[in-house]
Design a protein around this ligand. Structure first.
Ligand code: NAD
Ligand code: MLT
Length: 521
């Protein structure tokens, strides 16, 4: 078979690929050039340079796998690949340490003005006063996103005698405690930290999570580091904060556009930059190249691909029965994790005789849906149970096979102070949401839904709808459940667009509304 490698990867990985297949290395291709040659290939191996867009995927008639030598898959149109049945696989662990070390290097370079001092001396200036630095010992490092890289950064910073405070709503407090890290809400981290480093994936939720309002509450003189993904920190807001000297410096390895040609950040003396070098070490590049080459060989042999992001390893005979419920369970998992942020137990309940079969894939899909809320697209069917275990999340599965009710799957999350659940099933060929927190509903899911709990009395639904109307947000569907014994009902509004936190806050402010969330599916 033929393998195309369209970004540079280590020779060790190429050798593994060549042991079984014809390998062509062609880097620097434009989208059109790649779309033109991709029909010849059975596998594509990339790093972050190649953007695998829908036109490329649509042209890829023989492609079985896209192998990403690295973590982030935001340069691949994963839904398009999934639709076309192309496996997308990555290498989540090979470059963790390199990314963490680069973050530390950036933090130290920032504190001691190393890039600026280096440039000055090489321009024949001996300027010692201008480059007065500051120690990092005893300073507070705020980490946003305490996953693989975040944890390794924390451990290294602790050895440099920094105090760590972290925000990651998806990490159990116990796990952070074991690592000697104080968990806090985002506002507290931003207010207290002397250095702030982000290590989340780029998701709908994290895009722009550090912007003008967040800079405004930070300590004057704070330093910012982004070695995760461009766009988590709003670049224009960062430029404004540095120019006002509120932020005394920033170190960036990643950008919204790479290369960031013309970015005002490149003009600012106190902003130091590297061209996406977090994973650029000999060790990491060998690790990710070898890892992805093995995944590609497995896929081309028809074996299971252990770090597949988009396709479950399902036996074809079981697939016929369970296939529709895989998508339903993933959607319900995602919905429940958006309703209940802090949980340590996931309960998956199967109702109906159809589930008298091997439902492990559906359970995995539910788990993936739940965890993807916090982990982004790197969580897959294979690593989801391991991630749940690491996070000390209990998973319960139960079946009620004898029932008069519709065949359905319920995902319940519980922990801390609350528990929430969402039930879904199939009506005809279409997905339906059948219950929320046990309240019966019948909703065709849409991309955006507002789910609000409220008292069952007059003058609540009207004011909520008026708030949306005033914001020009179209409601395309609506349902209100019967009230429970606590006299609480659930209102579900299918809306046609995003709804900002400010608008949700207005809905939450309506007398009788208990809570209101925007759910994206
Ligand atoms: P990970 O999935 O192990 O960790 C991400 C963490 O972010 C998780 O613990 C998750 O709970 C948390 N998170 C998700 N949404 C959040 C939110 N809204 N608020 C706070 N926390 C949230 O990923 P990782 O392997 O540690 O990688 C972290 C980032 O670094 C990714 O964006 C990855 O692509 C990037 N990366 C960059 C380089 C580089 O070359 N610069 C190298 C490796 C990784
Ligand atoms: C990653 O997501 O792994 C990093 O961004 C490194 C890379 O560019 O491969």
């Amino acid at each position: 078979m033929k393998v195309l490698v369209s970004d540079p990867i280590a020779e060790e990985g190429l050798e593994i690929l060549k042991s079984e297949h014809e390998v062509h290395v062609r880097t620097g291709l434009t989208e059109e050039e790649l779309a033109e040659i991709i029909p010849e290939y059975d596998a594509l191996v990339i790093r972050s340079g190649t953007k695998v867009t829908e036109p490329i995927i649509n042209a890829a008639d023989r492609l079985k796998i896209i192998g990403r030598a690295g973590v982030g898959v935001d340069n691949i149109d994963v839904p398009a690949a999934t639709r076309k049945g192309i496996i997308v696989a990555n290498t989540p662990e090979g470059n963790t340490i390199s990314a963490a070390e680069h973050t530390l290097a950036m933090m130290l370079a920032l504190s001691r003005n190393i890039p600026q001092a280096n440039a000055s001396l090489k321009a024949n200036r001996w300027d010692r006063k201008r480059f007065m630095g500051s120690e990092i010992r005893g300073k507070i490092l705020g980490i946003v996103g305490l996953g693989r890289v975040g944890i390794e950064v924390a451990k290294r910073a602790q050895s440099l005698e920094m105090d760590i405070i972290a925000y990651d709503p998806f990490i159990p407090a116990q796990r952070a405690k074991e690592l000697g890290i104080k968990l806090a809400d985002l506002e507290t981290v931003l207010k207290q930290a002397d250095y702030i480093t982000v290590h989340t994936p780029l998701t709908d939720e994290t895009r722009g999570m550090i912007s003008d309002p967040q800079f405004a509450i930070m300590k004057p003189g704070v330093r910012i580091i982004n070695c995760a993904r461009g766009g988590i920190i709003d670049e224009d807001a960062l430029a404004r904060a540095v120019n006002k000297n509120h932020v005394s410096g920033a170190a960036l390895d990643v950008f919204v556009n790479e290369p960031p040609t013309g970015s005002p950040l490149l003009e600012i003396e106190n902003v130091i930059v590297t061209p996406h070098l977090g994973a650029s070490t000999a060790e990491a590049q060998v690790a990710v190249a070898v890892d992805i080459a093995k995944q590609v060989l497995a896929a081309l042999r028809g074996d299971s691909v252990t770090s597949a992001i988009n396709l479950p390893p399902v036996r074809s005979d079981a697939m016929t029965v369970i296939a529709p419920y895989i998508d339903i369970a993933e959607m319900l998992g995602s919905m429940s994790a958006q309703l209940c942020r802090s949980f340590d137990e996931i309960e998956i309940e199967y109702t109906g005789s159809i589930f008298d079969t091997d439902v492990r894939m559906i359970t995995l899909a539910a788990l993936k849906g739940v965890l993807a809320q916090s982990m982004g697209p790197t969580v897959n069917y294979v690593n989801a149970p391991e991630i749940a275990k690491e996070r000390k999340i209990r998973i319960k599965e139960s079946k009620s096979l004898e029932t008069d009710e519709l065949q359905s799957v319920t995902i319940g999350l519980s922990g801390g102070i609350e528990s929430r659940s969402v039930t879904g099933g199939l009506v005809g060929d279409g997905m339906r949401i059948l219950k929320i927190d046990g309240h019966r509903v019948d909703i065709v899911p849409s991309r955006y839904m507002i789910i609000a709990r409220h008292e069952n009395r007059p003058n609540i639904i009207g004011p909520c709808c008026m708030i949306l109307g005033r914001e020009n947000i179209n409601i395309s569907g609506m349902q209100v459940s019967e009230a429970g014994i606590d006299n609480i009902s659930i209102m579900i509004l299918n809306v046609d667009s995003e709804v900002s936190d400010a608008v949700l806050d207005k809905i939450r402010g309506v007398d009788g509304v208990n809570d209101s969330e925007l759910i994206r599916v």
